[in-house]
Design a protein around this ligand. Sequence first.
Ligand SMILES: [Zn+2]
Length: 475
Amino acid sequence: MKSRLFLLWTTLVLAIATYGEKRDIHILATNDMHASISNFPQLAAIVDSLRAIDPALLVFSAGDNRTGDPLNDKYVIPAYPIVAMMNIVGFNASALGNHEFDSGSLPRIIGMSGFRYLCANIIADDSTGVKTVPYQVFDVGGLKVGVVGAIQVGPKGIPASHPDNLRGIRFVQAEDVLGQYEWMSRECDATILLSHLGYETDTLMAERFPWIDAIIGGHTHKQLQADEPRHGPSGVLVTQCKNSLSRVAYITLTVDGGHVVDKRVEYISVKDFGRKNPVVEALLDNVCNDPKFSRVIARAETSFGVKEELGCLMCDAYIDAFGTDFALANPGGVRLGNLPAGDITVLDALKLDPFDNQTVIMTLTGRQLYDLVLSICQRRMYSFPYVGGMLCELTADKDDPKMIGSVKLMTPDGKPLKKNRRYRLATNNYVSSTNKVEGIERETKDMLTNDLLIQYLEKQQTVSYKGVRRLSYKK
Ligand SMILES: [Zn+2]
């Protein structure tokens, strides 16, 4: 009798809880963490304190968890540190970001993760080992939260990643498949798009799929504000917090009678949080104390104050290793903006060039080189690649000063390059595979560009690039 009464009582309580009163679903969301393991002890403490208030807290990442800190990306098992930390924190799911494919380590990352990667617009052959699911439904104390994932797909039909890392995988545009998940809005109390589509596309998805309650976004590193206007005809909440765990989004969805009736977000600063989770901190200390990264390889006599000085250093390393006439470094491949004077460690070199790109030697005419540099920057004035062995004078377009009107390529003593002469140029395989100028001979070397950089710095022992400029700009 007692047990029957208890059953009746719990059924009644659940019935009231589900249909009779408003209930809150709490979500903590990150995006574009980019291997920011140094902020994880604080993130874990934030999660601990929020779980003390609501043990059913959901924790999601909108993708690009890895790539950005060599301590993580070049760990003996690549990306193990951040995955282990996400497991300790108890992440419930992650979107796939374009950087999840870096270095071809995604199958192993998925295998190590104690949560699923959600992506509705990927079709991966079994042989790739990339095992994702399009969506997942979470039970939050009897409430159903449906979450569907999506990744950005560029004009060439693939996410922004090296094409070699995407073999055997097809992608479709998110807007072509998300309509299939409308059932979630009928069967779940709340429906979320966990998106690595970028802010602009997120707002378009809010217009197109008004049955979504909230879009947890990433990829464009945009810091949205708590009072960001709602999007689309149904007022979809769109969130995104910059990158590298500077902040996290704390989202509250209030549910009544199977529908979200109120939604709000608060952005919490991670670095400024006063407490650290001791378990995650111990793991971080262990990862940071790896002597292979703290080894000093050279000394900077002067500080590197701007990105171009670091780009020039990288190009000189390429030329030195292969004796080429010129070298090119794409601006997106130079990942530090400055470096102080003093000791340069292996970790510094890897932070400057974290991508494990291979070196490619191109044989090309002066004319093809001209086409190649314009194709790399897509004629944008300030996206021009950094160079070695030459000088470049860029003149802005008269009608659109952000675009290049003309370029002069010169030898270091100011003589123009000969259009029909053949030259040798060293660059990385990202530049080589993403720019298809016809007729260039390409040879991929079994040598990573970041290894070249370490080798060059060890050989030089001291370097000074203060004031080194090879690009000049004319209006
Ligand atoms: Zn991204």
